[in-house]
Unconditional design. Sequence first.
Length: 355
Amino acid sequence: RKPQFSLHYTARPTRLIIDLDKTAFGFDEKELAAIGLFSDIRYGQMGEGVSRIVMTAHRPIKAVIAEVQANDPGKGFRLVIESEVVASQDFAALVAKQTWAGTEKIAGGKTDRLGTAAKPAVTSGFVIAVDAGHGGIDAGAKGAVSKVEEKTVTLAFAKALVERLNRQKGIQAFLTRQDDTFISLSERVVIARQRDAKLFISLHADTLRQKDIRGATVYTISDKASDKLAEGLAERENLSDGIAGIEIKDEPAEITDILIDLTRRETQAFSIQMAENVVRSFKGQIDLINNPLRHAGFRVLQAADVPSILLELGFLSNPQDEKLLTDPDWQNRTADLIVKAVDSYLESSGIVRGG
Ligand code: ZN
């Protein structure tokens, strides 16, 4: 049927954004090369009922044609966008005067999901937010051999983990995303806080240029990265919102002086305790990288009052890790070890779980 679409631009980087109703994209990857004015093309599901195409341009551009044209009768429609280079000041004016009517929901990271995901009336038990990294238009890393996408790996693992956590008495775990949908980093934090999470676990499986590095890493937040590897990884993770074409507006400023207030300091102590418990639980069972406890400025770990860890389960750039990450047996075994870590975390920090 005839597609409805809206067109927007963002500056830094220069992007042309096409929002559509929920769309099943059937692009042939080989046909979808970013050429000419464009350096990158991504597409995927954004929020409820919204899909998006994000095209990054080398230079300031403007769509001179943007319309839906009818194909031969009975052959559907095609969306035609034709762009040309414009002067920087013209592009700046274009960005400044546009409105995002109807799309603030996804653009600002405040979606209807938050309304519907309101707190349950009675929270019984220790609530844990399990956050499957990436999703929708942000596919994350790609497997070295199978080309499996990180967003798929993290969601499968997150589901296995939630199921296992919920088998534990006094624990209530939930997913920040249930399907292949994009959620901004700050929204993940908001969802966790709205549902009164007492622990936040973000799951990832990224890639590194050094293909021989393998094993799990556990991260906590810090304004200063523990090392180069952590710093680079946090930098790439924090790009997620940019990939989706979101302009970061009312985000808190840079993650600096993160440990100044007492709540943060207390939260941080709990985060580190949880991270240590995961490493202890993995030791001898699951491969860990050298110095598996690391820290960096991950935006997704920024809740001041929810102890948070980011768990790199392994690296999709390493073929052996890739094999394990996509193996349901390994996923279940590893999820069991995280459950064990949560148990000992609760015990060691004297937290009383619910009924
Ligand atoms: Zn990731």
